[in-house]
Design a protein around this ligand. Structure first.
Ligand code: URA
Length: 254
């Protein structure tokens, strides 16, 4: 994605490139180069100071092919049973599903999903992007599909759209109704709704507020970016600039 930024066009020393991409401490990156474990275009790089333009750069470390990304934006198909924290309390962390260079970078989930929620999770070290995707100010819709205890009825759909009050520690928040920007019953009976805020357990609490209960929750879309149908649970992909822009834009429908 941001490998296309103008800053990225300036050649950068290979040791610095490895360090910035999460291949360990500066000393470790230098050692990888010293041991002949780093190649660019099939050639071993021997000088840690040899500089390469980073735009579009693909290098190999110990045979692992790695595309340079100034900022990382990752899409993970989150399975149930994983926590979004780096220091999980009861279940493995989603970070354990990512390769070490990514774990070493300062990437954070873009809005956490509960341990039992599945589906589309973005992770990034791009602060402004993180803010745009999570701040209610930007109204980026997140589309959820929920299997509920009872099939959602028309009255419940209307209430979700009109807005419900949730119990909140912050008394100001508790006075502000929160609503789905779309809500419908899918042919398989599940509830599908889009939310633009990211309050704690928001989907589950909204469904509870209308007298129902979420049994299983899945996030299918952020903005106009869908979870790729061919990405298996636990799998991840880099996102490019076009996919990042999709995540920040409104879907045409749904
Ligand atoms: N709302 C929830 O209740 N849980 C999630 O994981 C995401 C949204």
């Amino acid at each position: 994605m941001s490998s296309s930024s103008s800053k990225a066009a300036k050649p950068v020393a290979i040791a610095q490139i490895l360090f910035s991409q999460g291949f360990g401490t500066r000393r470790h990156c230098a050692a990888l180069i010293d041991h002949g474990l780093v190649t660019v275009a099939g050639e071993v790089v021997e000088d840690p100071q040899q500089a390469f333009p980073t735009e579009g750069l693909v290098f190999e470390v110990e045979g692992q092919v790695w595309p340079f990304h100034e900022k990382a934006l990752i899409l993970l198909n989150k399975p149930a049973g994983y926590e979004c924290s780096r220091k999980p309390s009861h279940h493995p962390s989603v970070f354990s599903l990512l390769p070490e260079p990514l774990r070493n970078r300062d990437i954070q989930p873009v809005g956490r999903l509960d341990e039992d929620t599945t589906g589309l999770l973005l992770l990034t070290d791009d602060g402004p992007l993180q803010h745009k995707l999570t701040s209610p100010k930007y109204h980026v819709p997140k589309l959820y599909q929920a299997a509920c205890k009872a099939e959602v009825d028309e009255a419940q759909l209307r209430q979700l759209l009109a807005g419900v009050l949730l119990e909140e520690r912050n008394p100001k928040l508790a006075e502000e109704p929160v609503n789905a920007v779309s809500a419908e019953r899918l042919p398989d009976g599940r509830l599908q709704m889009a939310l633009t805020e990211g309050r704690y357990h928001q989907a589950k609490r909204m469904v509870a507020a209308v007298g129902n209960r979420v049994l299983a929750l899945h996030r299918q879309r952020i903005g106009a970016l869908d979870l790729p149908a061919d990405l298996k649970e636990g799998g991840w992909i880099w996102l490019d600039a076009a996919q990042r822009d999709l995540a920040m834009s409104e879907p045409v429908s749904g």
